[in-house]
Write a protein that binds this ligand. Structure first.
Ligand code: 13P
Length: 256
């Protein structure tokens, strides 16, 4: 069982196409040829074409931040898996807490998207995580456990090589508050246990579980050194090539 680190940048609703092009140029020149740590950037939809053309010649992967579960139709404002594939997108963030909180996504609707993504051969970066209120009420594992079980209903074992899970405690996103290494590891270990109940121990041991929530160069090494943390989903710190690539450096030295 060896799990290569994945460091993914979620640019959220930031950067015009020109700004995105400039950022990906810098990332390409700093880390675009190494393959020891997998790197993925997830720009907004409007920047996917230009970023796609720029990562074509590098080892950087391209992700989207959302998609619709249906292949086509009257869904104003949405994009399909096939549309993403046509731009050489390989990963798609699904079930991010901001989608759950502001756009009404549920475990069931996220499950439909996860299944649609793998049917299109896209890698879902499937997000889970508890709110501060849930953590303080001692419900972290109940919430995260339900998110995993309901979000992965009918997930075929044959497509497990595509699956990436991202644990992002909601209270740590954009707040500067990071889970301690121990807190994060504890949830990651439990999530892997749930995955092994669903898919079996051996399969669960190869699924990557990323940590997200105020990850930055200063805390990345400690988090990535935890046995069940297999990378990061980075928000704010992925908008600067320096801090994003410093996190990749931390992953490279932790892996070495
Ligand atoms: P921050 O790194 O800005 O806390 O965001 C994390 C996140 O939501 C990544 O998806």
């Amino acid at each position: 069982m060896s799990r290569k680190f994945l460091i993914a940048g979620n640019w959220k609703m930031n950067l015009t196409p020109d700004e995105s092009a400039a950022l990906v140029d810098e990332i390409n020149s700093l880390t675009g040829s190494q393959t020891s740590v997998q790197v993925c950037v997830c720009p907004p939809f409007t920047s996917l074409p230009v970023v796609s053309s720029k990562v074509e010649q590098s080892e950087v992967h391209l992700g989207a931040q959302n998609m619709h579960a249906e292949p086509s139709g009257a869904f104003t404002g949405e994009v399909s898996a096939e549309m993403l594939r046509s731009l050489y997108v390989s990963h798609v963030i699904l079930g991010h807490s901001e989608r759950r909180q502001y756009f009404g996504e549920t475990n069931a609707s996220i499950n439909s998207k996860v299944i649609a993504a793998i049917n299109a051969n896209l890698r879902p970066v499937f997000c889970i995580g508890e709110t501060l209120e849930e953590r303080e009420a001692g419900k972290t594992m109940d919430v995260v456990g339900a998110q995993v079980r309901e979000g992965l209903v009918n997930y075929p074992s044959s497509a497990l090589d595509l699956l990436v899970v991202a644990y992002e405690p909601v209270w740590a996103i954009g707040t500067g508050k990071t889970a301690t290494n121990e807190m994060a590891q504890e949830v990651h270990r439990e999530v892997r246990k749930i995955l092994s109940e669903i898919f079996g121990e051996s399969a669960a041991s190869s699924i990557r579980i990323l940590y997200g929530g105020s990850m930055k160069p200063e805390n990345a090494a400690g988090l990535l050194a935890q046995p069940d943390i297999d990378g990061g989903l980075i928000g704010g710190a992925s908008l600067s090539s320096k801090s994003f690539c410093d996190i990749i450096e931390a992953a490279l030295s932790t892996q070495a």
